[in-house]
Design a protein. Structure first.
Length: 634
């Protein structure tokens, strides 16, 4: 266990944000922190770094904040603190400071061996080589080059100074540098924001293999499903721990509530039964002791109130289009789209009535340009697109979250629907969580998520039969995304949706238009099937460009004495590692065979069996290397 917070509280201006924090980060755990917008997720990360102060919470336990083993905690900062004149490669190499220092020491030690092949010099070199290998010395250059490529940078960017890159690119570099520095505990706040699909997939793979612990705040549910094994939910100012990924958490939360509700009803019924007995016998002398015993039993039962319902308030609504379109809802005939006459892609297809088409691809590839062309906001480069007869289109544009109107929510809504009464308007807005005094906020005061809800409320009120949505889930928390997904899944009209939220696309869309290296390609399947079909980029280092030659590797003299000593040292290291594994495997085997508390607990049996199999898998390559080295040294 590395970090433990018990009954902590964080306040801002005397108002509690988190009232009862019980949180633990254990070795190699991948933890998600989830909750409604504004619940305190980022505040919890800042508490873990010590950036904000904690006091005793509202729980009964004593307050405690303990770190064991002095873990190194790395957190992504909002600003990238680096020298502008430093190149990308120089900046990334600072993440490998221990390794590069070892590499320099190893080179010096090798020169000493070549001058004097004494046992002392050979041993010093062997120890440094072992450390260099352990730190990943033979793979680190490939690691940061591959990562840089997947984050959208070119090999040639390595030599460019940081001042030549935009703020967004520098933020990506800050995340990359943090990951490569490999702290024992990694704190990531919305790490997938602004990352292309390729970069997100690289990050998923990297974090799944990461040997340290991670605490991740993210609205990307597919990302969390692939990576995390623990979820902490923040609700009503308190934290609660669940085992498993995001999908497992959602199922457990529902089961826990239903079980707690059932238990509370049973306790309430038992208290009512016992209370009736007490009332019946309390005034009878020969039954007084029994009545007192029943009263004590009621006290032991304790609280019978129902569990607090989840904070699941979401916008709601089920709407049908006012009328249907013809069968061919959207027709694109060799539609080439782009800016300034420069095409970004071509689409030649028919979207049928009731189809739901998802558009995905890397940042800047032309997704928004395509939907703006469909909506005639910008002209086509060539070809044409048209909506079918009787089409009524509802269009959600990302820029709707940049509405800073001084009108109130109610006034803004009534402007679009002047024939509605105030009561009708407030009912419509209430379905999208604008109730009470909320309708008198100015539009400019609303959060990004609230502006999205207001825009969707207007769109759905018109009951269109075609929806064109450009990143509708941006700024939404998870319950909001779930509600929108359900609404769209039940919607009988036609949908064209651009989104970087793969979970949303997978749940809503049965057909995809994907921007790939070869252009825009159509897939007649959902995202889960597409993941299995699509080509993956090779993870190998990029080959040198045409005309470029790889530098020749200078051969160094290695004395036979030094090489034998190195192998003997390696044999000793391998024997120690194999002995540790064998000892633990023997302990597990003994427990499974002899310990009744273990072999009668199927969960414990499964856990120990899995650990044993993992250890045996680790031992096999070590034994193979040990055998080869023993044979070589005779």
């Amino acid at each position: 266990m590395q970090i433990v917070i018990t009954n902590g509280c964080v306040e801002y201006d005397g108002e509690p944000v988190l009232t009862e924090i019980n949180f633990a980060v254990r070795e190699n755990e991948k933890i998600a922190v989830v909750g409604r917008n504004g619940c305190g997720k980022t505040t919890l990360l800042r508490a873990l770094t010590g950036e904000v102060d904690m006091i005793k919470g509202t729980g009964g336990a004593d307050f405690g904040f303990h770190k064991t083993g002095a873990p190194v905690v790395g957190c992504l900062k909002q600003t990238f603190e680096a020298e502008d004149g430093r190149t990308i490669e120089e900046e990334l190499l600072t993440a490998y400071s221990e390794l590069t220092e070892t590499e320099r020491d190893m080179a010096a030690a090798l020169e000493a061996v070549e001058r004097d092949g004494s046992e002392e010099n050979a041993g010093a070199y062997s120890r440094l080589h072992e450390r260099f290998e352990t730190l990943g010395g033979y793979t680190y250059k490939k690691e940061y080059r591959t990562a840089l490529k997947r984050f959208g940078f070119a090999e040639s960017d390595l030599s460019r100074p940081l001042r030549e890159f935009s703020g967004g690119q520098r933020t990506k570099l800050a995340l990359l540098k943090l990951l490569l520095s490999k702290p024992q505990v990694l704190l990531l706040d919305e790490p997938t924001n602004h990352l292309d699909l390729g970069a997100v997939e690289w990050l998923e793979d990297y974090l799944m293999k990461y040997r340290g612990s991670c605490v991740i705040v993210s609205h990307d549910r597919m990302f969390l499903d692939k990576i995390v094994n623990v979820v902490y939910e923040i609700e009503y100012g308190e934290t609660r721990r669940y085992t498993g990924n995001y999908t497992a958490f959602a199922a457990q939360k529902k089961e826990n509530y239903e079980r707690e509700l059932k238990d509370s009803l049973m306790r309430k019924k038992e208290v009512e039964r016992l209370s009736a007995l007490v009332e019946r016998f309390r005034y009878k002398a020969n039954k007084a002791k029994m009545a007192q015993a029943k009263l004590r039993h009621i006290e032991r039962i304790g609280d019978t109130s129902a569990p607090r319902a989840a904070d699941s308030s979401v916008f709601r609504g089920a709407f049908a289009p006012e009328r249907e379109t013809v069968e061919n809802a959207i027709v694109c005939e060799r539609l080439r789209f782009g800016y300034g006459g420069v095409p970004l892609g071509e689409l030649d297809t028919v979207v049928k009535r009731g189809e739901k088409l998802g558009i995905i691809g890397d940042n800047g590839c032309g997704k928004s340009t395509l939907v703006k062309t469909l909506m005639k906001k910008i002209p086509a480069v060539s070809g044409e697109s048209r909506f079918g007869l009787h089409a009524s289109v509802g269009y959600f544009d990302q820029t709707m979250t940049q509405n800073f109107s001084p009108l109130t929510v109610l006034e803004d809504f009534r402007n679009d629907f002047p024939n509605m009464t105030d009561g009708e308007a407030r009912t419509a807005l209430g379905a999208f969580l604008f109730s009470g005094e909320d309708v008198f906020k100015t539009v400019g005061e609303l959060s990004g998520g609230e502006k999205v809800r207001l825009a969707l409320c207007k769109i759905f009120r018109r009951r269109p039969n075609i929806l064109v949505l450009d990143e509708p889930t941006n700024h939404m928390d998870m319950p909001g995304r779930d509600a929108l997904e359900k609404l769209l899944a039940d919607y009988v009209g036609t949908v064209v949706a651009v989104s970087h939220d793969r979970y949303f696309i997978n749940r809503v869309c049965g057909r995809l238009a994907v921007f790939e290296s070869g252009g825009l390609k159509l897939y007649d399947c959902g995202y889960a099937e597409y993941e299995k079909l699509r080509p993956r980029e090779a993870e190998d280092e990029a080959a040198p460009a045409a005309g470029e030659r790889k530098p020749a590797v200078k051969k160094k003299y290695v004395s036979p004495l030094r090489e034998r000593d190195r192998k003997l040292h390696r044999i000793g290291v391998l024997e120690e590692k194999i002995a540790v594994i064998n000892t633990r495997v023997a302990e597990i085997s003994r427990a499974l065979a002899e310990d009744a508390e273990v072999y009668s607990d199927y969960l414990k049996v499964a856990e120990l069996t899995a650990e044993k199999e993992e250890l045996e898998a680790k031992e096999a390559p070590l034994m193979e290397e040990w055998s080869a080295l023993v044979e070589e040294v005779g």
